[in-house]
Design a protein around this ligand. Structure first.
Ligand code: TYD
Length: 208
């Protein structure tokens, strides 16, 4: 049986990943594909610990956070109920809102980047995506979207952190250019324009 495609959407907070993931799902279904939409952190108990830390309710250092994200990601890939591997093997496409690139960019600033990368990239239980689409916006634009849409703030959601995180994403994409399929999309445009680009990239992936 043909395997499903594993597609990750990445971007700064406020980059529109959730909206764009939903639109891509609609298009894929329209094309008759089976698709499973998921996100990290997951809704597992480890995901709950991560949400508490991200909300600032529990203090954890970057190494602890990296290890928790790793545990959550292993569960996300390998669990036998709704694990990513199970879907891919049964021919269903998977779209994931954030994945290990976020660990590199967010935790890889205060924890050693090489350590964070090695433990994710060398873990046999963690699948390599067929495609990562990075929705690129300026930290200031992301800040504005967060202000317009939300009350509460997570620990990384300030312009200064987002600037460092965006730089780290680009550094990491350079380091990974020979082993990963990463496409950068200008997400400062209208929802429809960004979505059209994402669908074009998805269609190209299917043809390969
Ligand atoms: P986000 O996509 O903003 O989810 P929501 O809109 O539900 O808040 O992701 C939550 C936060 O998790 C975001 O600030 C980035 C962070 N994160 C990491 O720091 N490392 C990781 O490995 C992942 C997957 C997410």
């Amino acid at each position: 049986m043909e395997k499903g495609k594993f597609i990750v959407l990445e971007g700064l907070d406020g980059s529109g990943k959730g909206t764009q993931a939903g639109l891509l799902v609609e298009e894929m279904k329209r094309q008759g594909r089976r698709v499973y939409l998921t996100a990290e952190p997951t809704s597992s108990s480890t995901g709950g610990m991560l949400r508490d830390a991200l909300g600032g309710f529990v203090g954890r250092d970057a190494y602890e956070l990296s290890a928790l994200f790793l545990a959550d990601r292993i569960f996300h890939n390998a669990n036998s109920i709704n694990g990513i591997k199970k879907y891919i093997d049964s021919g269903t496409d998977v779209i994931c809102d954030r994945y290990y690139y976020s660990s590199f960019a967010y935790q890889g600033i205060d924890a050693d980047l090489k350590w964070v990368m090695d433990m994710n990239l060398n873990c046999a239980e963690i699948m390599r995506p067929d495609l990562c689409i990075f929705l690129d916006i300026s930290p200031e634009a992301g800040e504005k979207r967060i202000n317009d849409n939300r009350f509460d703030r997570e620990i990384y959601e300030n312009v200064q952190s987002q600037k460092r995180i965006r730089d780290r994403f680009f550094e990491v994409f350079c380091l990974l250019k020979d082993r990963e399929n990463i496409k950068i999309v200008d997400a400062s445009r209208t929802v429809a324009e960004v979505s059209a680009d994402i669908i074009k990239i998805y269609n190209e992936l299917k043809e390969n």
